[in-house]
Design a protein around this ligand. Structure first.
Ligand code: NDP
Length: 293
């Protein structure tokens, strides 16, 4: 059994990006610039944005944090999006979700210029991705592709079972892995809460991707020997033994599933770290105008 080390892999990729940024700088080029919009005081959102900004600094990007109170109106937020769309110094930007209830998230996503949509949430990028055209692939699915590619895990002809059909993880990764592509050519089954006999489906998986949001949901007898497991879940469970009073676990029962796996991602230290790194990869692509020349 091999642990897919998201920490090590993301450090490797960040080093590659830093080298490219240094070369751009040495040649007198423009340093990639990522902006992040954070609305309100949600602690998880603050932590995610903080880690994105720190990662930018680590690789030598320019970063801008636009922070606004939760009381901001939808119109004011749309104006900020418009300013970032127009600002030639900004290569890409994200609006951290979730947004306060009085703001229509879809409206905000639709307002982002697809050429700067490094989160890959705009339907133009999603559609281009689905049709195999150059696109910004959203960060978590992009991170999963990187893990499979860089660990040389064969996907061609494999049966991949995805549990969870969200717009940001389950649905895009199921499309990506079924595409005719280097990391792709899987036969994909996309499952969700209405799936009948889920364990029977997951037992057929050569590659299992769990993006559900229920702690340690996938059990040892739900998988076959040799399965490749990508655990996207990040869940807090109470742990009086820990200083914080909680610890993070995935959607997969690691103790039970790891011994049967050929490869498995840990939580923490797996997909989560790759998500931030993928955002940096997208920002570099935006700065180099690779997707939209
Ligand atoms: P969503 O809540 O948007 O989607 C969850 C999906 O799981 C839904 O499709 C839902 O089905 C399905 N589901 C729920 N219960 C069951 C069940 N009993 N059986 C089968 N399917 C079920 O979640 P996300 O995709 O946003 O996130 C999933 C997990 O991944 C979370 O733990 C989240 O924190 C984590 N995450 C981690 C990231 C990372 O960087 N590592 C990034 C994004 C998310 P239905 O559609 O029928 O309701």
């Amino acid at each position: 059994m091999t642990i897919i080390d998201g920490k090590q892999l993301s450090e490797t990729i960040k080093l590659e990006i830093a080298q490219e940024v240094a070369a751009i700088k040495a040649a007198g080029g423009k340093i990639p610039h990522l902006a992040a919009v954070l609305v309100g005081e949600n602690p998880a959102s603050q932590a995610y944005v903080g880690s994105k900004v720190r990662s930018c600094e680590q690789v030598g990007f320019q970063s801008t944090l636009v922070k606004r109170d939760a009381s901001i109106s939808e119109q004011e937020l749309l104006s900020i999006v418009d300013e970032l769309n127009q600002d030639p110094s900004v290569d890409g930007f994200i609006v951290q979700l979730p947004l306060p209830g009085h703001i229509d998230e879809n409206k905000v996503i639709l307002a982002i210029d697809p050429r700067k949509d490094v989160d890959g949430f705009h339907p133009v990028n999603f559609g281009r991705m689905a049709q195999g055209m150059p696109s910004f692939v959203s960060a978590t699915p992009y991170g999963i592709l990187q893990m499979l590619e860089r660990y040389n895990i064969p996907t061609d002809g494999k049966h991949c079972v995805v549990v969870g059909r969200s717009n940001i993880v389950g649905t895009p990764i199921s499309i990506l892995l079924s595409r005719k592509a280097k990391v792709g050519n899987c036969t994909v089954t996309l499952t969700h809460s209405r799936t009948k006999d889920l364990p029977a489906e997951t037992r057929r998986a050569d590659i299992l991707i769990a993006a559900i949001g229920i702690p340690e949901f996938v059990k040892g007898d739900w998988v076959k020997e040799g399965v490749v497991v990508i655990d996207v879940g990040i869940n807090r469970i109470e742990d009086p033994a820990s200083k914080k009073g909680y610890r993070l676990v995935g959607d997969v029962d690691f103790e039970q599933v790891a011994p049967k796996s050929s490869y498995i991602t840990p939580v923490p230290g797996g997909v989560g770290l790759m998500t931030v790194t993928s955002l940096l990869m997208n920002t570099l692509k935006a700065a180099k105008k690779e997707i939209y020349p």
